[in-house]
Ligand binder design. Structure first.
Ligand SMILES: *[C@@H]1O[C@H](CO)[C@@H](O)[C@H](O)[C@H]1NC(C)=O
Ligand SMILES: *[C@@H]1O[C@H](CO)[C@@H](O)[C@H](O)[C@H]1NC(C)=O
Ligand SMILES: *[C@@H]1O[C@H](CO)[C@@H](O)[C@H](O)[C@H]1NC(C)=O
Ligand SMILES: *[C@@H]1O[C@H](CO)[C@@H](O)[C@H](O)[C@H]1NC(C)=O
Length: 597
């Protein structure tokens, strides 16, 4: 009984204290609550039907979500579609732990995509886990996370996916059409990783490496007042790094790439001790020695923030916190987030084509397990279509020969850019829809080797541009053959409009929600996991607003955003590498340094 109660308590905390949406442990079908952070996990068998599940050999000592993975050897890209609501600001993390699962000691590299956008090139290692994090505003009701093969024999895999709903006021200085990619998120002076339950948005705050010349300041209090749009957890504001004297500055490690990229940086400050009347702590941010902010005076037990945007920088730029001349105390910093800003996000494949593909997926089970954007990012389209290279691609070909399609052809007449339809050697029945003859660009239509019946619509027989192959359809009435055979099987009007048997499945970011996901929803599992829907909807409402109460920050200038309610929504992504397995401080973690001036 006690155990049962304990389980209930764990389960309750897992599902109620987090703003969490979804935690998918790839490669398992288990449902469990991990003790480490009281996060509720579900297996991935409700999200994906292909790929191979693998359990790592030395799995017992591992953080459980990393102990299994799913590897994909058979497709250009493989995607997880995750239910969201359009306009939500979300944080998505994807985890990869190779663990030598194949015994080849050959950690692969491959691509990672979200919602049709390139996200990162995943570089796995033998014994370190990596995760990549992106923050953005969704453009559809589905989040897709895809891995794609980029080199022969380097099969993509994935260990876990987490999705968190954020508040629309968070990271609000980024435009809606871009994403933030995490480079670094550190809590100075903390001893362990801070995430849920301390951070209700479950951001992962890693302890910073302390080096000579930097001192740790800690507060005796237990709570810092946080009234900032970015909502840093109080726990990361109770400790800070400082230097020994006002003549020393703090140089921030950024983990930025060696080439210049647009960045987004949040610095969080709070005074950790009560100062007497003779003491002042005042400092400014300098970029490569140039003052780049107004003087900042951290308030006692109250969170303050500097936001740096609209700046490009690389690993060679120096970001330093320097005491101002009137300061009697050295600078301090409590926490830091560094992001790079993505290119503009795609709107995805042409929506008429997506509608047509949804109809096909709704009709043919064999197509159900294709997720993510059909065409993007180029050249990672679904294996059975061809696309144009436009920024909003059109679908030009359906290569569905020998695909195990059975049943009537649905209406996909909205796919007006189709040039090639190859559906030979399947089990199609019913009559040939008339719309196939009126697709304006269609040049080849191969329906050979099916069970089609009725006569060939005049739209097709009169279309001289169209190369038609309908051999080996015994019941089909072709010219010269008797046309009495059309049997009761045919429930289709030959004008094709009866293809109204349209899929009831909602359109996702260019795909259907696989039936199994719907069943899963019905089963009620989602009731607990998706309990934050409402806040997502609210976030969506705010995110759409174009009004900005404050102007944009000036180029290269710091914004003192103690109370910045800038309503721009945005996106962010992060890629980042940290050993998720707690405590261990990754060797690659950039160090914050002391600068003698
Ligand atoms: C950054 O600081 C380092 C060490 O203080 C110095 O060698 C380097 O030139 C500086 N870089 C820039 C761009 O100022
Ligand atoms: C169409 O896709 C096939 C593979 O499905 C590929 O071999 C071919 O090059 C593509 N054609 C075009 C024009 O992109
Ligand atoms: C027809 O498709 C089936 C699978 O649906 C396949 O086994 C068979 O080899 C195909 N035949 C031809 C001639 O392509
Ligand atoms: C960024 O800076 C450029 C000039 O360098 C300016 O035109 C643009 O409006 C700025 N954007 C924001 C969001 O502040």
């Amino acid at each position: 009984m006690a155990t049962f109660l304990l389980f209930l308590i764990i389960a309750a905390s897992a599902f109620s204290t987090l703003n969490a949406d979804v935690n998918i442990d790839c490669g398992t079908s288990e449902l469990y609550s991990s003790d480490d952070y009281s996060i509720g996990w579900v297996g991935d068998d409700n999200y994906i039907q292909h790929g191979e599940s693998v359990e790592l050999r030395s799995s017992s000592s591992l953080y459980q979500p990393l102990a299994t993975l799913r590897v994909f050897a058979d497709r250009k890209k493989s995607c997880y579609n995750i239910d969201s609501s359009k306009g939500s600001k979300v944080l998505v993390r994807a985890y990869f732990y190779y663990g030598n699962y194949d015994g080849k000691s050959s950690p692969p590299s491959f691509d990672l995509h979200f919602d049709g956008n390139h996200w990162a090139t995943v570089e796995t290692s033998i014994d370190q886990s990596v995760f990549y994090e992106v923050i953005y505003v969704t453009k559809t009701d589905t989040i897709s996370v895809c891995v794609a093969q980029t080199a022969p024999n380097m099969f993509p895999f994935i260990s876990a996916i987490e999705v968190r709903d954020l508040d629309s006021k968070m990271y609000a200085d980024l435009d809606l059409n871009r994403a933030l990619m995490l480079k670094r998120r550190v809590a100075y002076g903390t001893k362990a990783i801070v995430r849920s339950i301390d951070d209700i948005y479950d951001r992962i705050w890693v302890p910073a490496v302390s080096v000579d010349g930097l001192t740790v300041l800690s507060s005796d209090e237990i709570l810092v007042e946080v009234d900032l749009g970015d909502s840093p957890p109080s726990a990361v504001l109770l400790n800070a790094f400082s230097t020994d004297s006002t003549s020393s500055s703090i140089r921030l490690g950024t983990n930025l790439p060696t080439t210049k990229v647009p960045i987004y940086m949040n610095m969080y400050f709070s005074e950790v001790s009560v100062l007497d009347s003779t003491q002042t702590r005042s400092f400014e941010l300098q970029i490569d020695g140039t003052p780049s902010s107004k003087p900042f005076i951290p308030a006692y037990l109250k969170a303050g923030e500097m936001i740096l945007t609209n700046v490009t920088a690389s690993s060679s730029n120096n970001f330093t916190l320097v005491a101002t001349s009137d300061s009697t105390l050295p600078p301090l910093i409590n926490a830091l987030e560094v992001f790079t800003i993505s290119d503009e996000l795609t709107d995805g494949t042409n929506s008429d084509d997506v509608d047509g593909l949804v109809s096909l997926q709704g009709q043919f089970d064999a197509l159900g397990d294709w997720g993510g954007d059909p065409c993007l990012p180029s050249p990672y389209s679904w294996d059975w279509i061809n696309c144009t290279s436009d920024s909003t691609p059109r679908v030009t070909a359906l290569h569905l020969g020998s695909f195990g399609l059975s049943g009537l052809l649905p209406d996909f007449s909205s796919m007006t850019s189709l040039e090639i339809i190859d559906m030979h050697n399947n089990s199609l029945i019913g009559s040939i829809p008339e719309f196939l003859g009126t697709l304006p660009n269609l040049k080849q239509l191969n329906l050979a080797g099916n069970g089609l019946s009725g006569s060939i619509p005049s739209s097709i027989s009169n279309n001289k541009k169209l190369k038609l192959v309908v051999t080996d359809n015994p019941d089909l009435c072709v010219s010269g053959k008797s046309c009495e055979t059309a049997s009761g099987v045919d429930t289709f009007d030959s004008d094709g409009s009866s293809g109204k048997k349209k899929s009831k499945l909602p359109v996702i970011l260019g795909t259907t929600i696989p039936v199994f996901v719907l069943l899963w929803v019905i089963a009620g599992v989602c009731a607990v996991l998706h309990h934050k829907r409402k806040s997502a909807a609210i976030a969506a409402g705010n995110a759409g607003g174009a009004n900005k109460p404050y102007g944009n920050p000036q180029a290269g200038q710091m914004q003192m955003a103690a109370n910045n309610n800038n309503n721009t929504a945005q996106n962010m992504v992060h890629d980042f590498m940290v050993n998720v397995q707690e405590q261990l401080q990754s060797a690659q973690e950039p160090a914050d340094q002391n600068n003698q001036q």
